[in-house]
Write a protein that binds this ligand. Structure first.
Ligand SMILES: [Zn+2]
Length: 170
């Protein structure tokens, strides 16, 4: 399996996929531009999730809350490089995998997950939980089909990720 091989190559124990019951997430094939970063980089999502994000962003903005995309679709190879960067910066692979999903297991592969930020808050930081943007999301995101994937004490062994939201039709 590709995810297993990638973990071995990263120096991680591939059994964590089974031990933590991490789902294997196929990469989205149909992606559209959901938003643009100030850097000019396009943030991609599957079409229905992109529409839901744009509707949610507009509703928040109308309520004076600014929601920003930090990260949207990420492919398998991108996830490998992201983990490698953290390891190169001196983190142990075990620590990195408490924050980043193993390649093949990231909800970002699905094109339905978003890391959401707001002005004045460091991207993907716990401080996001104390912002008006997070308070707004807790109240309104479900109306647009978005749910917090990794709350405190989630069963997958990830740290609390108040910034990470996933869209679904359910
Ligand atoms: Zn995320």
């Amino acid at each position: 399996m590709r995810a297993r091989q990638a973990l071995l190559a990263l120096g991680a124990d591939p059994s964590i996929i089974a031990k933590r019951k991490l789902p294997i997430i196929p990469e989205a094939t149909q992606l559209v531009v959901a938003d643009m970063a100030r850097s000019g980089r396009a943030h991609l999502l599957v079409p229905a999730a992109a529409r839901a994000w744009q509707a949610m962003r507009s509703a928040a903005h109308a309520g004076n809350v600014r929601l920003i995309v930090v990260s949207a679709f990420r492919g398998f190879d991108y996830q490998v490089r992201l983990i490698q960067r953290h390891i190169a910066a001196g983190e142990s692979v075990e620590t990195v995998l408490q924050v980043l999903a193993p390649p093949g297991c990231s909800e970002h592969h699905s094109g339905r997950a978003l890391d959401i930020g707001t002005l004045g808050c460091q991207p993907a930081s716990l401080a996001f939980a104390d912002t008006p943007a997070f308070a707004w999301l807790k109240t309104h995101a479900s109306r647009f089909g978005f749910a917090l994937s990794f709350p405190q004490d989630n069963p997958y062994g990830y740290q609390y990720e108040p910034w990470h939201w996933c869209w679904s039709t359910a």
